[in-house]
Design a protein around this ligand. Structure first.
Ligand code: CMC
Length: 428
């Protein structure tokens, strides 16, 4: 294959190099386009055809339904690894040895105390506040309690910042949840595994000891792994672009959390459950909602369906669908919502509208059903997504800083008024 691309602009030919990734993905390197052409740029709303970086973290092939972290398939990681090993893999590039894994966990535990004054911030939020707004604010507040900036030239400094946020974020998640329920804000138990401790921090009642349930630990571990990274999605791109201005890690993460909140991105898991509840309340009339989803005059979309990159089954959705069945049956829960979801999926997969547009269930379609089975309120679902995505955001931020990427600053094509004289107030 030729290693260049030729672009013809106004009769003039320009040659640009091709960049080929390790999975043979090809990009035209247009970084010199504007200089070479005296001002011509590309435009690509939503970046549907634009690569923002080269990255060695996550590979996904949307046509084939493949997702791999650092070369390992998501199916194998979900089955054989735990969340902390996956976090280490994503951030540092290799699966940890036993010593590295123990050290990572111990260093995280050593950083899992949050300044008592943060409790005052949590307490100041109204109980009705959306947990995503709370967790994004609390992550941002961490910058005030940890004001020194990370020296990215020092691996040690970088490592310290990473274990700090990996330690404190689950506490903030648990406090966000407990505040919503009016429970006391306290800590978990450092003798437990990372995921076990999260469950205890969230669910322990003040008057009873918390009994761990292996089914819940496995389910949460799997969910966090499946959400841990997804290359250059909206929130990850946000983390990278905010970090590219050399804003700190916690500030970049807080921005990423806000990006995740929207219903077209991570907020879809909440929207799916609300949609399934609405269908249930409407006598389970899935057909009515299928008609609405296809009606271009109706803003309703089938939440949990479709994906910018996957034009085939989202491999995460396959694993989650199976896990939803297992978790609910292990917990002895019969949730009519699961049957509605399965019915809706079946109808959509047979409907030409969805088939022609290659719209399949995505990661969010079944995840909320598991969270609900675990007793987590709907408004907390996207916070659980953020908990899983944390190592991915950290890995992407670290890669961006280590590669010394330039500040993200897209251009535009201006379509407003051309120059005109000012008209004073009395003459308007
Ligand atoms: N229901 C009905 N129609 C849809 C849906 C849907 N869920 N998704 C896409 N379409 C249609 C869309 O109307 C368009 O039709 P047409 O070609 O006739 O104009 C076509 O499919 C292509 O859609 P698009 O909006 O151009 O695709 P996109 O790549 O810009 O959007 C998406 C991707 C995920 C935002 C979109 O599929 C969507 O809104 N899905 C529902 C929300 C959702 O589940 N989001 C979670 C994504 S996975 C979690 C994560 O973010 O990591």
């Amino acid at each position: 294959m030729s290693k260049t691309a030729i672009l013809q602009v106004n009769g003039e030919k320009y040659e640009f190099p091709l960049i080929v990734g390790t999975e043979n993905e090809v990009a035209i390197d247009i970084s010199n386009l504007r200089n070479a052409t005296n001002g011509v740029i590309t435009i690509d709303p939503g970046y549907k055809n634009t690569g923002s970086c080269e990255s060695a973290i996550t590979f996904l092939d949307g046509e084939k339904g493949i997702l791999r972290y650092r070369g390992y398939s998501i199916e194998e990681l979900a089955e054989k690894a735990d969340f902390l090993e996956v976090a280490y893999l994503l951030i540092f590039g290799e699966l940890p040895t036993k010593e590295q894994n123990d050290k990572f966990h111990n260093d995280i535990k050593a950083q899992s105390i949050v300044d008592e004054d943060i409790k005052k911030i949590v307490e100041a939020f109204p109980r009705t506040a959306h947990p995503m707004g709370v967790i994004s604010s609390l992550t941002s507040a961490l910058t005030a309690f940890n004001p020194s900036s990370v020296n990215v030239k020092s691996e040690e400094d970088m490592y310290k910042a990473i274990v700090k946020i990996m330690g404190k974020f689950p506490v903030l998640v648990a406090w966000t949840y407990r505040k919503k329920l009016g429970l006391p804000l306290d800590y978990g138990d450092d003798s437990l595994g990372y995921v076990e401790n999260i469950l205890k921090m969230m669910f322990r009642q003040p008057n009873a000891c918390y009994i761990q349930n292996g089914v819940l630990i496995d389910a949460l571990d799997k969910l966090l792994i499946l959400h841990a990274d997804h290359e250059q999605n909206c929130s990850t791109s946000t983390v990278r672009i905010v970090g590219s201005s050399h804003a700190g890690l916690f500030a970049s993460l807080s921005a990423g959390i806000s990006a995740l909140w929207g219903p077209l991105h991570g907020g879809a898991n909440q929207a799916v459950l609300e949609m399934l509840e609405a269908i249930k309340a409407d006598d389970g009339d899935t057909k009515k909602y299928m008609v609405k989803a296809k009606d271009k005059e109706d803003p309703f979309r089938l939440m949990g369906f479709g994906h910018r990159v996957y034009k085939n089954f989202d491999p995460r959705a396959k694993i989650i669908k199976k896990a939803a069945d297992e978790v609910l049956s292990n917990l002895g829960i019969e949730d009519p919502i699961l049957d509605i979801a399965k019915g809706l999926e079946k109808e959509a997969l047979e409907d030409p509208y969805f088939v022609d547009r290659k719209l399949y269930p995505n990661v969010d379609f079944y995840s909320g059903i598991i969270y609900r089975g675990m007793g987590i309120p709907t408004e907390m679902f996207t916070v659980m997504f953020a908990l899983g995505r944390l190592p991915g955001w950290i890995a992407q931020w670290r890669e961006m800083r280590l590669n010394n990427e330039p500040i993200g600053r897209p251009r535009q094509i201006y379509t407003g008024e051309t120059e005109r004289p000012f008209v004073s107030l009395v003459n308007r």
